[in-house]
Design a protein. Structure first.
Ligand SMILES: C[S@@+](CC[C@H](N)C(=O)[O-])C[C@H]1O[C@@H](n2cnc3c(N)ncnc32)[C@H](O)[C@@H]1O
Length: 329
């Protein structure tokens, strides 16, 4: 959807932008490519690391030798936290040992923060590729091992070795590094409602709360394992062991944008926080708040409110929805 997004953003007169819910950094990269000064923000550490790798980073890349060094087993003993905590949960024990080793190697052997960020970002992608549904929301390792007839090719991807995937994704991240002549930066760990301002345009792509389902997308529950890889030392103290998939203990700031009871207040607070900026919001048409409720909130704050829509079908979803773009200025 990036070309559609840019079609509507290009005519707006702005030089600097804050991507408040930056996620994979794909929209930040769109801004970076178009010579804007980009401030990337996301609450979750693993996303900030992706932002470091490709938004803030102007030219640092990881060489083949450096990657080989990180993937090699050096002087044991290595920690075995993932092996002991996540046995039979997401990956094979051999893969868990690989993860314990590589995370340790990254922090011991790479001094440059952008190199570390590229290798970690590639590690996140490798982990996601090997997961059913590309998520960590269920302890469903058995899906990989079950002796069933398969009619689709996912198992081939799940079984690709980590080192193979790491080479592929480091190459992709290396290729995404460029300098747009601006000082782009990652704003670490800020809740959207308190993210710093000082930019011309604010881009808002919050988690989506569906009208039908009770709860919105809980990114910490879906991707807790990547957050753990990003905070390896702190991970043991952050796990909620009452659940089989051992997610991290949730955060109020996650709940503010995932809970149906809180979402309208959060939108209101978000818009009032950024009411002096040009605000651009991406949201789905069948969500809470609704299209009309969002317009109502925005017209009270800005003179002009435009809404654009495009049909879109999300991966793994059977429904065709309208993706909406609100521009308030
Ligand atoms: C819909 S996704 C953004 C997708 C992004 N535009 C992209 O291109 O990948 C929403 C993001 O909001 C982040 N998030 C959730 N609650 C947040 C909060 N309170 N403050 C900041 N970020 C939050 C999630 O970690 C997730 O990455």
């Amino acid at each position: 959807m990036l070309p559609w997004l840019w079609h509507h953003l290009k005519p707006i007169n702005f030089d600097s932008v804050l991507d408040v819910f930056g996620g994979t950094a794909s929209v930040s990269l769109l801004f970076k490519l178009n010579a804007k000064k980009v401030h990337y923000n996301d609450l979750l550490l693993f996303n900030q690391i992706i932002g470091k790798a490709v938004v803030e980073n102007k030219g640092v890349r990881v060489s083949n030798d450096e990657l080989t060094l990180v993937l090699t087993e050096h002087n044991p003993p290595y920690p075995d936290f993932i092996q002991s905590e996540f046995d039979d949960v997401f990956f094979t024990q051999e893969e868990n040992a690989f993860l314990d080793r590589v995370v340790s190697n990254i922090s011991m052997l790479l001094d440059d923060e952008y190199k570390r960020a590229i290798v970690l970002a590639a590690l996140f992608q490798s982990c996601l590729s090997k997961r059913p549904y590309n998520l960590f929301h269920r302890a469903n390792y058995y899906m990989r091992t079950a002796a069933v007839e398969r009619t689709f090719g996912n198992k081939t991807t799940w079984d690709k070795p980590f080192p193979f995937l790491m080479h592929q994704f480091v190459k992709e991240y290396n290729n995404a590094v460029f300098d747009n002549g601006r000082e782009n930066c990652v704003i670490g760990g800020q809740n959207a409602l308190s993210a710093p301002n000082g930019v011309d345009l604010v881009y808002l792509d919050p988690p989506y709360v569906s009208k039908e389902k009770g709860r919105g997308t809980d990114y910490l529950d879906f991707y807790h394992f990547l957050e753990g890889l990003s905070d390896y030392k702190g991970w043991p103290t952050r796990i909620n062991r009452s659940k089989q998939h051992k997610p991290m203990v949730s955060l109020d700031a996650i709940d503010a944008f995932a809970s149906r009871n809180k979402i309208i207040d959060s939108f209101e607070a978000l818009f009032s926080r950024f009411h002096t900026n040009t605000m651009v919001l991406s949201y789905q048409s069948d969500g809470v708040p609704s299209r009309n409720e969002i317009i109502e909130l925005l017209v009270g704050l800005r003179k002009n409110v435009e809404v654009h829509a495009v049909e879109h079908q999300y991966a793994l979803s059977k429904n065709l929805t309208n993706e909406l773009l609100f521009i308030a200025y």
